[in-house]
Design a protein around this ligand. Structure first.
Ligand code: M6P
Ligand code: ZN
Length: 198
């Protein structure tokens, strides 16, 4: 049997903006999809009642979800905060836990919050030109600390990795990124309190 191979292909990333010139999926994650994710639940509900704004967008090229493939695309995380907590992605483990991901930062400022099921955690700063390697087994969430600009990253991960939102959705990450005195600060999840109670 003759093997039919896909042809090589290219795409352009428009900057500023971050859209791919050719893509199959465009996902817009709105505030309403993030209930329970931000620490300040009261402020979250107030903001949602005012407007169901879009927090981040993902442009992806469709590839088969097999281990030899590399899924890739761009992620555009808009600036803003819910209370003092910066806008962020939901964050996830890969369904196939032992799979990695690479991020290349194209624009903006942010942080990648990461943790393992064993209790290890790490936060790396994201700035233009930087490459971040998320090793197998690490949950990952991007946070936009830039204030005014979109955080735009290019990502690549194995085709069979999948997304597992379960434990992050129910328990969150161990660390949150909040604004303190105008600057981003990494705080323990447990220590977070609404501004008035501090
Ligand atoms: C990055 C990639 C995507 C992911 C997206 C949004 O662009 O890791 O695979 O879907 O971020 O993050 P999340 O799925 O956690 O909402
Ligand atoms: Zn991932």
């Amino acid at each position: 049997m003759e093997h039919t191979r896909d042809k090589p292909f290219t795409a352009e990333i428009a900057l500023p903006g971050g859209a791919l010139s050719a893509y199959d999926n465009h996902t817009l994650r709105r505030l309403s999809a993030m209930r329970g994710y931000f620490a300040d639940a009261e402020r979250y509900e107030q903001m949602l009642a005012a407007s169901d704004i879009g927090l981040y967008e993902v442009y992806e090229l469709h590839r088969p979800e097999s281990s030899g493939e590399l899924l890739h695309g761009t992620s555009i995380l808009h600036p803003g905060k819910v209370g003092d907590e910066y806008f962020m992605t939901k964050g996830h483990f890969h369904a196939v836990l032992e799979t990695a991901e690479v991020y290349y930062v194209l624009q903006g400022q942010g942080m990648m919050v990461m943790e393992t099921p064993e209790g290890d955690w790490a936060v790396e700063e994201l700035c233009p030109g930087r490459v971040l390697y998320v090793p197998p087994g690490w949950a990952h969430r991007s946070v936009n600390t830039g204030g005014e600009a979109d955080l735009i990253t290019f990502f690549v991960y194995p085709g069979h990795a999948g997304h597992d939102y379960g434990s992050i959705e129910s328990q969150g990450f161990r660390k949150r990124v909040v604004e303190r005195d105008g600057k981003p600060r990494v705080v323990d999840k447990a220590r977070w309190r609404p501004q008035e109670e501090r």
